[in-house]
Design a protein around this ligand. Sequence first.
Ligand code: AMP
Length: 421
Amino acid sequence: MAPATFQALRGTRDILSPDSERHRALVDVFAEQARLAGYGHIMSPIFEELGVFQRLGDSTDVVSKEMYAFEDRDGSMIALRPELTASVVRAFVQHRPDSLPWKAWYEGPQFRHEKPQAGRYRQFSQVGIEVLGSDDPFIDVEVIALGWRFYEALGMSQVSLLLNSLGDATCRPPYHEALETYLRDRFDDLSEQSQATLEKNPLRVLDSKRREDAAIIADAPLMVDHLSPETAEHFAVVRAGLEALEIPYEISPRLVRGLDYYTRTTFEFASTALENAQNAVGGGGRYDGLAESLGGKPTPGIGFALGVDRILLACDAEDVFAAPTTAPDVFIVDLTGGTEALALADQLRQAGIAADRGFDGRSMRAQMKVADRSAAPWAVLVGEDEVAAGTVTIRDMHGDTGQVSVPRADLAATLKNRLHR
Ligand code: AMP
């Protein structure tokens, strides 16, 4: 019987070259934007104590329905991270950095047991930033602008920024009450799902996309109309800052986002080049109470997470940010059995020239085919005659300069010259 074969699990994927190089290039662009704005890189564990994520609030699907939580060998409960904000805030509380605001950026895989579809996976990648220790509205502007400039740096132009304020500890409770009363008065007309959501968190009912709920949601009281004077002022400065930077936004008063911990500024980036259902390419907001709920001192915080897989789909749709080339600079065709290519490849690689080579002592024809397929702009040919003369032959694979013989000692310099390095 043939041995069983395996496939990557549902909702997970192998990302092969050159898509993987494109993924890395995207992270590099993000890292550069973050560096330019003074953010340090944080690498936190992929799994944490379950409690870390439970602090995000159990009315969020990410926590209550989608988490990969399991019992560790010692009986403790742990979970694969479904997002990174909780981990970063846990790290902040643990290490208590003394210079505030503390600004960190991250990248890496997240895990959610979702129903897989195009642009929705069980393991997916995010890049993001978090800032702890300041509630200056200019931080909100900096954070949002960093996301915006990052999309621009990728070449994306079909991105819209949706903005809302969810109020704070003074104005949110009375608004909650007003919203709850409004929704309870219309309880029987709500969808079954929204009736259940109402019991846990009335605000999340505004997230419902169900047709039965649309009219009720359309007339529901809005947080932006119930902001305290301080929160309204904070929001006004955020908006003015975005305007000063000429970053267009749309006020989206029903934007509540999936996670419970958001306060004040919340935002989402949507790609208008993508289908509606999966068009969110990133989102974030303020979470002024999260550090405290993870055992730290009360510390304001704000951040965002952007979905790498989804951004790349949006780039495809906009036809921007193509995969970087993976072709070597040169392909070595060795007609002496392979020993010459061994030394030449090593010499070129040490000189910073990307060199690939033929293997298995194959014929010249077969090696030239591989050289062609590699898309290398130059081939280096070496046979017995060249070895005797101390030379190699360089062949132009794409242009029309043909081929020339050069002394072996000059090979790296000659190639660099032709590669314009
Ligand atoms: P969230 O942490 O839910 O605010 O998600 C932030 C961003 O991550 C979203 O805007 C998406 O771009 C991306 N994202 C969230 N969940 C998934 C998923 N299951 N698969 C792919 N991307 C996702």
